[in-house]
Design a protein around this ligand. Structure first.
Ligand code: PBG
Length: 324
């Protein structure tokens, strides 16, 4: 006689919904958005169907739309004109630069939306690296911290709610935290890119910003995907340096790392469902090989099940529309 029949709890939709452990909602999602100079323009990013580089007027319109769909947070990524890229990346902390103007305009139009901003030199660096590059090609750590600090201040003063250092320099969370605290900006949060791996999944993002490294790769600062325990080392450092939220990036191949962080911290954990993951789903769906919408929901739920409290995803808008 069969006594235990797990299928009883799956017998219809009502029971399945009642016993479901994890459910993604729009509250969990952060929508990354790309923008550029200009007026009344938006150009689609070829390798990211449905994602655009918006001029600031369109960016603001898009944020309003996302807000009406229930999205709580957007993450801003500027596509900076080549002529402004330099070796010292000084445009990154220009108070009147594109990124800082975008923060102000979005916060003005939508004061309740949380604005997250990226801290790393690559969109502003003629070398296409997240840090300063020495004449010998080394990515300089402590010299870079000074620039990251200036970026953090410029963004926080423009009104950014959440700073997202994505550069993987050592000590940057503490450096930035002390600086913004000493300036009285104690409410500005830091979402640390805690375990950010050197990954080929960032390809479409680098197309979007034209920010690929001109020489070499990012393996001397981003983590080696052969490693897992090292993510805990980064976690403990970021916690002790004052991070408010910790993140794992990319997402799909790193669900084990998300779970590991979740089990070892009391901070909220975020996962970044990156550009290459989005591009793969979109490409296969366009070919009719997979059901793109079903895969989107399965993927986002997978992040939650692994332990993510927050998910940065280019699918945010599409998911929010499904729920509406
Ligand atoms: C910049 C940065 C990258 C991403 C977010 N911030 C690219 C990189 O590190 O090369 C990738 C996001 C994505 O692929 O969606 N430091």
């Amino acid at each position: 006689m069969q006594i235990s029949r797990p299928r009883r709890n799956r017998k219809n939709n009502s029971i399945r919904q009642m016993v479901a452990e994890y459910k993604v909602t729009v509250d969990d999602l952060i929508a990354p958005l790309f923008f550029t100079e200009g007026k009344d323009t938006k150009s689609e990013i070829l390798s990211m169907p449905g994602q655009y580089r918006y001029s600031l007027d369109h960016l603001v319109k898009k944020v309003k739309e996302l807000e009406s769909l229930g999205i709580k947070c957007v993450s801003l990524f500027p596509a900076v004109d080549e002529s402004l890229k330099t070796r010292d990346a000084k445009e990154s902390y220009n108070p009147d630069g594109l990124n800082q103007r975008a923060i102000k305009e979005v916060k003005n139009a939508c004061p309740d939306i949380l604005v997250m901003t990226d801290i790393a030199l690559d969109p502003y660096s003629s070398d296409g690296h997240d840090g300063l590059v020495s004449d010998k090609g080394e990515i300089l750590n402590d010299e870079t911290l000074e620039v990251l600090g200036k970026m953090a201040m410029a963004q926080a003063q423009a009104g950014s709610d959440i700073l997202g250092p994505s550069d993987m320099m050592d000590g940057r969370i503490g450096f930035i935290r002390e600086l913004i605290e000493s300036e009285g900006l104690y409410n500005t949060q830091i979402m640390a890119y805690t375990a950010k791996y050197a990954s080929s999944f960032y390809g479409p993002f680098r197309d979007a910003l034209d920010s690929a490294p001109k020489a070499g790769d990012k393996k001397t600062y981003q983590m080696d995907y052969a490693n897992s325990t090292e993510a805990l080392r980064e976690l403990f450092l970021d916690e002790s340096e004052g991070a408010d939220i910790v993140m794992v990036k990319p997402g799909l191949c790193y669900l084990d790392i998300i779970q590991k962080l979740k089990m070892n911290t009391t901070l909220p954990v975020a996962a970044y469902n990156v550009s290459g993951e989005y591009a793969m789903v979109k490409a296969a769906a366009e070919k009719g090989w997979i059901d793109g919408e079903a895969i989107m929901v399965e993927m986002l739920t997978g992040f939650k099940r692994a332990g993510a409290d927050i998910i940065l995803s280019y699918f945010s808008e599409e998911f929010a529309r499904l729920e509406h």
